[in-house]
Ligand binder design. Structure first.
Ligand SMILES: *Cc1c(COP(=O)(O)O)cnc(C)c1O
Ligand SMILES: [Zn+2]
Length: 441
């Protein structure tokens, strides 16, 4: 059956063709999602096909997203051009030091920072850009200073669409913006705040035929759901007890939940792992809502703050989807401080793995959930690291040299600090420094 776009509001429940250029329900404004796939193959044949494709040199098979294309039925593979830069294919890494830090026997990281532009945004963007190209769009746009703009720029450029990035004037994060500039994005700094710009871009998109690749784009969720398919494939379909992931706009956890439910419906797995979302303390509206009676409105945070800028989101667009997925999986939501994120990040770094600050919320949150008795120390756990260590070198240098401060100016202790040491040009003195270092390990 061909895919449709479904309105998530049960009272509306409108359906639309995937060819329509809409991002939310035109009737009621609710989020849209792509209908579940109904592949022609059974579970055993799907597993066999997906595994065999790892031997193939065909571009679609080499992509860790499109290898699982039976889950992505909104593309006409006989006709549409798939926009891929071989995203996905990210490793599962055993992390004994991080496990010990969290207080569990074993921990595996699914490291999405190994993607072409260095974050899991690529898993979604390949799907969004493919749809944009199929719709004949000439420009693609997003409002973001972060990994979304870096990824969007790369995928739009690959698709032959002009990438356009909108950002609030005077609010620039250089590392990620640099990627967008390099990938050729027209970068517009608008003299307005984030919400005003979002409203403006929506009007522009409709008038000028620009394809919007913001977080609400339902096809990005479709691409990201294959992260769970790839993770399970790498584990020979053994379902973990927990999947832990940082939450900002909550698109990723929504995608994971949808993907896992679909794999279960197809008989590929027989149970769901529990999903744990971790937010930064001052950007944690979903944590507050999840642990409340949920009677009132969603408690958006007006001025979200965290040095983990990828999860600095006060009003996450995908919270209704995330709530459904976390609830249905029997999962939970945790929140962590800036100090906890910074220390967890250094532990992941010292393991030889490394990640960007938002990713470290995964380990910091797991440690808390174990201490609270929510996650058992013998549980089978996959922690998702969302971005590459090189995304935020400034943070790293400041932490290790003891000058990192929270957005409120409170100092962050370099618990696992590793500052460079100036030494004289003297082999004996240097040998002594090395001996002292080794003795201190
Ligand atoms: C976007 C992003 C997040 C947050 O993901 P959501 O889907 O918005 O919850 C976390 N970490 C990194 C590195 C990101 O780029
Ligand atoms: Zn609707």
């Amino acid at each position: 059956m061909p895919s449709q776009l479904l309105c998530l509001n049960a009272l509306c429940a409108s359906t639309y063709a995937v060819e329509e250029v809409i991002y939310t329900c035109p009737k009621c404004g609710a989020l849209l999602e792509v209908s579940a796939p109904t592949p022609s193959l059974d579970a055993a044949a799907l597993k066999k096909t997906w595994r065999e494709r790892r031997m193939s040199n065909a571009p679609l098979d080499q992509s860790g997203v499109w290898r699982y294309r039976e889950l992505l039925e909104f593309v006409d593979y006989s006709r549409d051009r798939v926009v891929t830069i071989r995203e996905g294919n990210t490793p599962l890494l055993g992390a004994p030091r991080a496990a010990e830090y969290a207080g569990v026997y074993a921990l595996t990281f699914k490291h999405q920072g190994f993607n072409p532009t260095g974050s899991f945004k690529d898993n979604g963007m390949t799907a969004g850009a493919t749809v944009g190209a199929r719709l004949g769009m000439k420009q693609a746009a997003c409002v973001s200073t972060g990994n979304t703009s870096a990824s969007m720029a790369a995928y739009a450029a690959t698709a032959g669409m002009t990438p356009i990035i909108f950002l609030p004037h005077g609010n620039i994060s250089f590392g990620k913006l640099a990627q967008a500039l390099e990938y050729g994005a027209l970068t517009l700094q608008v003299e307005a705040n984030f919400d005003q710009i979002l409203a403006l871009v929506r009007v522009l998109a409709e008038k000028e035929g620009i394809y919007l690749l913001n977080s609400v784009n339902p096809f990005r969720i479709e691409g990201q759901k294959t992260i769970m398919a790839e993770m399970l494939d790498q584990r020979d379909w053994r379902v973990p007890d927990w999947v832990v992931v940082p939450g900002g706009n909550l698109g990723n956890v929504s995608a994971f939940g949808k993907g896992l439910r679909e794999l279960k419906a197809l008989g590929v797995i027989d149970r769901l792992p529990r999903l744990a979302v971790v937010q930064a303390e001052r950007s944690a509206p979903f944590h507050a809502y999840f642990h409340s009676d949920r009677a009132g409105d969603f408690p958006a945070v007006r001025d979200p703050e965290t040095l983990a800028t990828a999860i600095r989101i006060g009003d996450p667009v995908s919270w209704p989807k995330a709530l459904r997925e976390v609830t249905e999986s029997g999962g939970t939501v945790e929140r962590v401080t800036e100090q906890e994120i910074a220390d967890a990040k250094a532990v992941i770094g010292a393991s030889g793995i490394g990640c960007e600050p938002a990713s470290a919320a995964t380990l910091a949150g797991l440690k808390k959930l174990v201490a609270a008795g929510v996650v058992d120390k013998s549980a089978d756990i996959v922690g998702v690291l969302t971005g590459n260590v090189l995304k935020d070198p400034d943070y790293i240098f400041k932490y290790h040299t003891g000058v990192l401060k929270t957005p409120h100016g409170e100092p962050i202790k370099p618990t696992f600090g590793n500052a460079p040491i100036v030494v004289p040009n003297d082999s004996e003195r240097i040998a002594a420094v090395i001996q002292e270092h080794i003795a201190g390990l």
